[in-house]
Design a protein around this ligand. Structure first.
Ligand code: PLP
Length: 401
């Protein structure tokens, strides 16, 4: 028995089978490459679902984590730590937001947005404003609050009762939003670009329409930037592509390059929304996670990473458009920045196509079940992206009916 078989046997025996991982065991990464236990190398166009923003084992990130681990890991939120203060100041400097709260994941960040929305209005003497409006096909996480905000019934099955007073309306439909947002609405929460739901890009004027509607009706506008934020779609926050600023947004995924960290950014008007004692996280904002977050920003600045996203995004979108022209396996190219993909035609098996890509040495993911999502590290080189896309082209040709 190989070591891989041994590990897979053990995993299948001792791990909860709530996932369906590919039958391989990754043991090492470097930049955009990962290596499995058998020594097979892969070009990683998934980046751990848009998480490893500066690639695997970036020397500056690894050194920052090691240095901070040897200095101070955790002190609790009863005391300040220097790294959390520094990272908060950086996030405020780089965005239109004024205040920062740290947690450990995207679900927790969205859970915080939900609680903040209700508590803010409660503090203003408007406890009747407790309804949240979110969109169908959204993804906001798996805790009960963030799950209840997620507009995908398949994730709700068997988990009811969900958190109450949450309504879902179709994405990109301002009329539906207009019908749902009223004087009992605490907040509207949307992903600027629906990522997990299938890389659904906002229609022209949609996000601005939400901004105007929320202002008119006294509801808060909140963006889930967990996947679209931190440079993934080009600018620092995804919503900047459409020139709209929310009242608050959530961040996680790429924020610390693979180290667990989530954040909520709010405008000054919401500064009193979570008064002392109303919300907390034991690990949130620990010095180690924040040191990783700071190192990612330092790498962004020193290595021109966000400029690279813009250049590589052009390369990626022209190749995706070309795939749609050439291969009947795909029907449409979608997405933004380094979060783009192609939609599989009916009759093409998405999971089998991903497996074939893996066999040829390229890692990618699915979004919305039928979209091949390409979300490489933000510092992927032109040659690496080209190499990966050549393999994608070969495989799409092979699976084209
Ligand atoms: C991944 C994701 C989440 C959930 O993040 P976790 O860290 O898995 O809790 C929430 N919202 C969006 C948009 C995401 O892509």
């Amino acid at each position: 028995m190989t070591r891989t078989q041994e590990l897979l046997d053990t995993a299948r025996r001792v791990q909860l089978p709530n996932y369906r991982p590919a039958p391989m065991v990754l043991v090492k990464g470097e930049g955009c490459r990962v290596t499995d236990e058998d020594g097979k190398r892969y070009l990683d166009l998934s980046a751990g679902i848009a998480v490893t923003s500066v690639g695997h084992a970036h020397p500056k990130l690894a050194a920052a984590i090691a240095a901070q681990a040897a200095r101070l890991l955790h002190v609790s939120n009863l005391f300040y730590n220097d790294r959390a203060i520094e990272l908060s100041a950086e996030l405020v400097k780089r965005t239109a937001f004024d205040r920062v709260y740290f947690c450990n994941s995207g679900a927790e960040a969205n859970e915080t947005l939900l609680k903040l929305a209700r508590r803010h209005h409660h503090e203003q003497g408007h406890s009747e404003r407790r309804k949240l409006v979110a969109t169908i096909d959204s993804f906001h996480g798996r805790t009960m609050g963030s799950l209840s905000l997620t507009g995908q019934p398949k994730y709700h099955a068997g988990m009811e009762p969900l958190v109450g007073d949450i309504e879902h309306v179709p994405y990109n439909d301002l009329d539906a939003m207009r019908a749902a947002v009223d004087d009992r609405t605490a907040a509207v929460l949307v992903e600027p670009l629906q990522a997990e739901g299938g890389l659904n890009v906002p229609a022209d004027g949609y996000l601005q329409g939400l901004r105007d509607l929320c202002d008119e009706r006294g509801a808060l506008l909140m963006f889930d930037e967990v996947q679209t934020g931190y440079g993934r779609t080009g600018p620092f926050l995804g919503a900047e592509n459409w020139g709209v600023v929310a009242d608050a947004c959530s961040l996680a995924k790429g924020i610390a390059g693979g180290f667990p960290l989530g954040a909520v950014l709010v405008r000054e008007s919401l500064a009193g929304g979570l008064p002392p004692g109303s919300h907390a996280s034991t690990f949130g904002g620990n010095a180690l996670a924040c040191a990783a977050g700071l190192a990612v920003l330092q790498i962004f600045d020193e290595e021109g990473v966000l400029d690279n996203v813009t250049e590589r995004a052009t390369q990626l979108s022209s190749r995706c458009a070309d795939f749609v022209q050439r291969f009947s396996a795909v029907t449409e190219a979608r997405g933004k920045g380094l979060l783009q993909g192609v939609v599989f035609a009916q009759g093409v098996d998405p999971a089998a196509t991903l497996a074939l890509l893996r066999e040829r040495g390229v890692l990618a993911t699915l979004a919305g079940g039928t979209v091949l999502r390409l979300s490489p590290a933000l510092n992927v080189s032109e040659a690496e992206l080209d190499e990966g896309l050549n393999v994608v082209a070969q495989v799409l040709q092979e699976v084209s009916p």
